[in-house]
Design a protein around this ligand. Structure first.
Ligand code: SME
Length: 171
Protein backbone atom coordinates (compact mmCIF):
# COMPACT_ATOMS: atom_id res chain seq x y z
CA UNK A 1 0.00 0.00 0.00
CA UNK A 2 1.38 3.41 -0.95
CA UNK A 3 1.76 5.81 1.94
CA UNK A 4 1.96 9.49 1.20
CA UNK A 5 2.86 12.17 3.70
CA UNK A 6 0.84 15.37 3.44
CA UNK A 7 2.76 18.42 4.62
CA UNK A 8 1.51 22.02 4.96
CA UNK A 9 3.09 24.70 2.78
CA UNK A 10 4.51 26.46 5.80
CA UNK A 11 7.70 25.41 7.51
CA UNK A 12 6.31 26.68 10.82
CA UNK A 13 6.91 23.88 13.31
CA UNK A 14 3.64 24.21 15.26
CA UNK A 15 1.59 23.82 12.07
CA UNK A 16 3.86 21.06 10.89
CA UNK A 17 3.35 19.02 14.05
CA UNK A 18 -0.40 19.64 13.95
CA UNK A 19 -0.44 18.18 10.43
CA UNK A 20 1.86 15.27 11.29
CA UNK A 21 0.17 14.01 14.44
CA UNK A 22 -3.00 12.58 12.84
CA UNK A 23 -0.93 11.06 10.04
CA UNK A 24 1.41 9.36 12.50
CA UNK A 25 -1.58 8.18 14.54
CA UNK A 26 -3.11 6.62 11.41
CA UNK A 27 0.20 5.05 10.38
CA UNK A 28 0.80 3.34 13.70
CA UNK A 29 -2.75 2.32 14.61
CA UNK A 30 -2.84 -0.58 12.15
CA UNK A 31 0.57 -1.99 13.09
CA UNK A 32 1.44 -3.51 16.44
CA UNK A 33 5.18 -3.97 15.92
CA UNK A 34 7.12 -1.34 17.87
CA UNK A 35 10.19 -1.30 15.60
CA UNK A 36 8.04 -0.87 12.48
CA UNK A 37 6.22 2.05 14.07
CA UNK A 38 9.43 3.68 15.31
CA UNK A 39 10.88 3.33 11.81
CA UNK A 40 7.96 5.05 10.11
CA UNK A 41 7.76 7.72 12.80
CA UNK A 42 11.45 8.52 12.30
CA UNK A 43 10.90 8.68 8.54
CA UNK A 44 7.91 11.03 8.87
CA UNK A 45 9.67 13.38 11.29
CA UNK A 46 12.90 13.40 9.30
CA UNK A 47 11.11 14.13 6.03
CA UNK A 48 8.96 16.85 7.56
CA UNK A 49 11.55 18.60 9.71
CA UNK A 50 14.48 18.14 7.30
CA UNK A 51 16.90 17.92 10.18
CA UNK A 52 20.27 16.17 10.21
CA UNK A 53 19.42 13.01 12.16
CA UNK A 54 16.17 11.66 13.55
CA UNK A 55 15.85 8.45 15.46
CA UNK A 56 15.32 6.41 18.57
CA UNK A 57 17.49 4.83 21.23
CA UNK A 58 15.91 2.03 23.29
CA UNK A 59 16.78 1.35 26.91
CA UNK A 60 18.53 -2.03 27.26
CA UNK A 61 19.75 -2.62 30.84
CA UNK A 62 23.00 -0.62 30.99
CA UNK A 63 22.86 1.29 27.69
CA UNK A 64 20.73 3.16 25.22
CA UNK A 65 20.85 1.07 22.06
CA UNK A 66 20.35 2.49 18.59
CA UNK A 67 16.90 1.91 17.14
CA UNK A 68 15.24 2.93 13.88
CA UNK A 69 16.60 6.19 12.49
CA UNK A 70 17.08 8.36 9.43
CA UNK A 71 20.31 10.19 8.65
CA UNK A 72 24.03 9.49 8.87
CA UNK A 73 25.59 6.57 10.75
CA UNK A 74 25.21 6.94 14.50
CA UNK A 75 26.72 5.62 17.73
CA UNK A 76 25.30 2.16 18.41
CA UNK A 77 25.37 2.28 22.20
CA UNK A 78 25.26 5.14 24.70
CA UNK A 79 26.36 3.90 28.15
CA UNK A 80 24.07 4.48 31.14
CA UNK A 81 26.60 3.24 33.70
CA UNK A 82 28.46 4.35 35.69
CA UNK A 83 26.72 7.57 34.57
CA UNK A 84 24.33 8.18 31.66
CA UNK A 85 26.27 9.85 28.86
CA UNK A 86 25.49 12.55 26.33
CA UNK A 87 22.31 14.50 25.73
CA UNK A 88 20.38 11.24 25.43
CA UNK A 89 21.77 10.12 28.78
CA UNK A 90 20.79 13.47 30.33
CA UNK A 91 17.19 13.07 29.13
CA UNK A 92 17.19 9.50 30.47
CA UNK A 93 18.54 10.59 33.85
CA UNK A 94 16.27 13.63 34.23
CA UNK A 95 13.30 11.71 32.80
CA UNK A 96 12.35 14.79 30.83
CA UNK A 97 12.99 16.36 27.46
CA UNK A 98 16.29 18.18 26.93
CA UNK A 99 16.93 20.91 24.37
CA UNK A 100 20.55 21.78 23.62
CA UNK A 101 20.79 25.01 21.59
CA UNK A 102 24.55 24.60 21.07
CA UNK A 103 25.96 21.09 21.36
CA UNK A 104 29.51 22.40 21.77
CA UNK A 105 28.43 24.12 24.98
CA UNK A 106 26.92 20.92 26.43
CA UNK A 107 29.44 19.03 28.57
CA UNK A 108 29.54 15.37 27.57
CA UNK A 109 27.70 15.77 24.29
CA UNK A 110 28.38 12.73 22.10
CA UNK A 111 29.21 13.92 18.60
CA UNK A 112 27.98 11.21 16.25
CA UNK A 113 28.23 13.75 13.43
CA UNK A 114 30.52 16.77 13.28
CA UNK A 115 27.71 18.59 11.45
CA UNK A 116 25.40 18.55 14.46
CA UNK A 117 24.90 22.00 16.06
CA UNK A 118 21.77 21.64 18.19
CA UNK A 119 19.72 18.76 19.53
CA UNK A 120 16.48 17.77 21.22
CA UNK A 121 15.87 14.51 23.09
CA UNK A 122 12.40 13.48 24.28
CA UNK A 123 12.03 10.43 26.52
CA UNK A 124 9.07 8.05 26.46
CA UNK A 125 8.09 7.26 30.05
CA UNK A 126 5.91 4.39 31.20
CA UNK A 127 5.06 4.30 34.89
CA UNK A 128 7.96 6.71 35.46
CA UNK A 129 10.46 4.49 33.65
CA UNK A 130 12.19 5.57 30.43
CA UNK A 131 11.57 2.98 27.71
CA UNK A 132 13.19 4.84 24.83
CA UNK A 133 14.23 8.30 23.69
CA UNK A 134 13.51 10.23 20.51
CA UNK A 135 16.63 12.13 19.44
CA UNK A 136 16.78 14.80 16.74
CA UNK A 137 19.94 16.58 15.63
CA UNK A 138 20.08 19.75 13.56
CA UNK A 139 22.92 21.26 11.57
CA UNK A 140 21.61 24.68 12.64
CA UNK A 141 22.33 26.32 15.98
CA UNK A 142 19.34 26.81 18.29
CA UNK A 143 16.93 24.96 16.02
CA UNK A 144 14.51 23.66 18.69
CA UNK A 145 12.07 25.44 20.99
CA UNK A 146 8.79 25.04 22.87
CA UNK A 147 6.91 24.15 19.69
CA UNK A 148 9.21 21.16 19.23
CA UNK A 149 8.85 20.15 22.87
CA UNK A 150 5.09 20.19 22.54
CA UNK A 151 4.93 18.62 19.09
CA UNK A 152 7.47 15.87 19.70
CA UNK A 153 6.03 15.24 23.15
CA UNK A 154 2.68 14.58 21.47
CA UNK A 155 4.31 12.23 18.95
CA UNK A 156 5.98 10.28 21.75
CA UNK A 157 2.59 10.24 23.50
CA UNK A 158 1.04 8.58 20.43
CA UNK A 159 3.71 5.86 20.50
CA UNK A 160 3.22 5.35 24.22
CA UNK A 161 -0.57 5.07 23.86
CA UNK A 162 -0.13 2.59 21.00
CA UNK A 163 2.48 0.33 22.59
CA UNK A 164 1.95 0.80 26.33
CA UNK A 165 -1.83 1.31 26.33
CA UNK A 166 -2.39 0.50 29.99
CA UNK A 167 0.09 3.02 31.36
CA UNK A 168 -1.14 5.43 34.01
CA UNK A 169 0.01 9.02 33.72
CA UNK A 170 0.97 10.46 37.11
CA UNK A 171 0.83 14.25 36.99
N1 SME B 1 24.36 13.43 20.42
C1 SME B 1 23.77 12.35 21.15
C2 SME B 1 24.24 11.01 20.66
C3 SME B 1 23.36 10.42 19.62
S1 SME B 1 23.52 11.13 18.12
O1 SME B 1 23.24 12.53 18.16
C4 SME B 1 22.63 10.37 16.96
C5 SME B 1 24.07 12.50 22.63
O2 SME B 1 24.88 13.35 23.03
O3 SME B 1 23.50 11.75 23.42
Amino acid sequence: MAEELKLPETGERGELYAALQPQIATLIESEDDLVANLANTAAVLHTALQTLWTGFYRVKSDALVLGPFQGPLACTRIPLVPEPRGVCGAAFKRREAVIVPDVEAFPGHIACSSLSRSEIVVPLLVHGRVELVLDIDSSELDDFDEADLTGLGAVVGLLRARHWPDHVVHE
